[in-house]
Design a protein around this ligand. Structure first.
Ligand code: C2E
Ligand code: MG
Ligand code: MG
Ligand code: MG
Length: 287
């Protein structure tokens, strides 16, 4: 936040930099402590399988319950964690919790595929696949229960190393997904080389598609592209019945968005699934 000094409105940039640096420094320290203090929480947002009308998967989304700042959404600390390098600790925490939860659901007879977001930086080090293997073993989880979401920028930044890590994860049995598709700068040539199973259309195209013909065209093109390449396609940011029906008519495979359900803590999600999912899916049944 920019502050003005009293007196002349002569703007002193160094003042801002100092306060900002101070804020950043304390946030770094707090982020590192957040894990130890158990302040991070995973929420899960269901995705609807349009072929079966059932909820077949959820996306794990991290939140930070800060003692003073309150609820901090990931957009406010993930980019920052990426810059400072502590994203690796956050990722490690996230995958541990997601594997644990995935295994728990399987044990309870709930066959939910759990999607996990990875950062560009996670793909650059060689240690990620080994960490995944250790955590799978310690939670008795199978890689086939999980999808790993990576963004186009993760590939563009360092295609060689990213491809190496992604290939390794694929060989281990994980499915891969390109998140926020359409907002990055990956080429179709790069995409073709990646062992991915699905594309997720960015919500910026989906949210307004009923009103914006350009968005509608983009969404339709991505669905066709995905299918022509033998990939599944997910639309995120589905907020209305109208958009849901359009996507159904276009042959989209999976929907995610507030119209289906917002992200929830595991326990609440289980309650929602038990009482309302079927009902909800009927409500939106498309004829
Ligand atoms: P994303 O992976 O693209 O996740 C989708 C975001 O869209 C989530 O925001 C979700 O809550 C939101 N969303 C879902 N449905 C709707 C809808 O109908 N309308 C609108 N307007 N938004 C919707 P969230 O949870 O705030 O996460 C934001 C981003 O933070 C994620 O975008 C992802 O890039 C990042 N993120 C979240 N959790 C993690 C994590 O564990 N690790 C990493 N590396 N990144 C994460
Ligand atoms: Mg995602
Ligand atoms: Mg996304
Ligand atoms: Mg995103």
């Amino acid at each position: 936040a920019k502050r003005k000094r009293l007196g002349y409105a002569r703007y002193d940039a160094s003042y801002d930099t100092e306060t900002e640096n101070h804020g950043r420094l304390s946030l770094t320290g707090e982020l590192r402590q957040a894990i130890a203090r158990n302040e991070l929480v995973l929420y899960y947002q269901p995705r609807l399988d349009l072929a079966s009308g059932e909820i077949t998967g959820v996306e794990a989304l991290v939140r930070w319950q800060h003692p003073e700042r309150g609820f901090v959404p990931p957009d406010q600390f993930i980019p920052f964690a990426e810059q400072t390098g502590c994203i690796r600790d956050i990722t490690q925490w996230v995958i541990g919790r997601a594997f644990e939860q995935g295994a728990r659901w399987r044990a309870a007879g709930l066959a939910l595929a759990v999607s996990i977001n990875l950062s560009a930086r996670d793909l650059l080090g060689p240690e990620l696949p080994r960490r995944f293997a250790e955590l799978l073993a310690s939670h008795g989880a199978s890689p086939h229960w999980f999808l790993l979401e990576i963004t186009e920028s993760a590939i563009v930044d360092d295609p060689v190393r990213a491809l190496e890590t992604v290939t390794r994860l694929h060989e281990m049995g994980f499915s891969l997904s390109i998140d926020d598709f359409g907002t990055g700068y990956s080429s179709l040539a790069q995409l073709k080389r990646l062992p991915v199973a699905e594309l997720k259309i960015d919500k910026s195209f989906v949210m307004d598609m009923a009103r914006d013909p350009d968005d509608m065209t983009i969404v339709r093109s991505v669905i066709d592209l995905a299918h022509n390449m033998g990939l599944s396609v997910v639309a995120e940011g589905v907020e209305t019945d109208e958009v849901r029906e359009l996507l159904y008519d276009m042959g989209c495979d999976y929907l995610q968005g507030y119209h289906i359900c917002k992200p929830l803590p595991a326990e609440q999600l289980e309650g929602w699934l038990a009482r309302g999912a079927a009902q909800h899916c009927n409500k939106g049944e498309i004829t």
